[in-house]
Design a protein around this ligand. Structure first.
Ligand SMILES: CCCCCCCCCCCCCC(=O)SCCNC(=O)CCNC(=O)[C@H](O)C(C)(C)COP(=O)(O)OP(=O)(O)OC[C@H]1O[C@@H](n2cnc3c(N)ncnc32)[C@H](O)[C@@H]1OP(=O)(O)O
Length: 207
């Protein structure tokens, strides 16, 4: 089941943003990225080829879930991602639920980092195939109020061989408040670029 579609826990802002991006997607310039609890395309499963330690997962495969997708509706990470191929950027609309609290009334820094890593990772994945985050630097500028809606804007800044350099920022819905900024270096695990297949993969791939 695609968990990146509106559900009763979404606030008005979340629904409005979703509808705005779905409208933008009508001409094909933007694409909604579906998101599943534990469904990965075959190519993503290939990642185990690079990391034999993954055998542990084999035994636990039935329990394996995408981390941000294993909270009950509305209590954890409510989010939807949209990708703009021409601009090589991904936007994530995100509403962090009450189980993500750090300081009282605000999102935990690790929850913010999770959504930054997921959005940058997805951007890198679509641009360069199966990737792993090698380095992630985050500046937390302002605390994000719990249960508020924010917009994560991420893009590929530079590609050097297997290395993808990305950046993103997190802003309020009215874009007036800059909450966080981040940069990351992601390593493509395949030597040969499959960007075309990964563009399609990115669209069929759950985040
Ligand atoms: C991905 C699919 C996920 C599916 C879910 C989708 C959901 C959405 C997406 C969610 C996505 C979530 C994504 C996640 O959460 S991924 C989970 C978090 N990340 C990891 O666990 C990665 C662990 N690290 C590794 O596996 C290896 O170190 C990797 C694979 C990253 C590189 O090891 P590899 O043996 O391949 O490469 P190399 O060591 O020869 O280095 C090659 C070059 O890179 C440079 N370099 C290396 N490290 C760093 C560094 N730290 N800072 C700066 N530079 C670094 C290095 O200097 C060299 O440069 P040069 O000397 O060539 O110039």
């Amino acid at each position: 089941m695609d968990l990146s579609l509106p559900n009763p826990s979404w606030s008005k802002d979340m629904r409005l943003l979703f509808d705005q991006f779905m409208k933008k997607s009508e001409d094909g310039s933007w694409k909604h990225l579906p998101s599943y609890k534990n469904k990965f395309s075959r190519r993503i499963e290939d990642i185990k080829v690079f990391f034999p330690d993954a055998k542990l997962i084999k035994e636990k495969i039935s329990q394996a879930q995408l981390f941000p997708r294993n909270f009950e509706e509305g209590l954890g990470f409510e989010y939807a991602m949209f990708h703009n191929h021409a601009e090589d950027r991904t936007v994530c609309i995100f509403q962090g639920g009450p189980y993500l609290q750090g300081a009282p009334g605000f999102l935990h820094g690790g929850a913010i980092a999770t959504m930054i890593d997921s959005t940058l990772g997805m951007t890198a994945l679509i641009a360069g195939g199966i990737v792993m985050t090698a380095n992630l630097n985050i500046n937390f500028k302002r605390p994000i109020p719990l249960c508020s809606v924010v917009v994560i804007n991420s893009q590929v800044d530079k590609v050097e061989g297997r290395k993808l350099f990305l950046s993103c920022n997190i802003r309020s819905v009215d874009e007036q408040t800059l909450y966080s900024e981040a940069t990351s270096k992601n390593l493509c695990l395949f030597w040969v670029w499959f960007s075309l297949s990964y563009i399609s993969l990115g669209f069929v791939f759950g985040v």
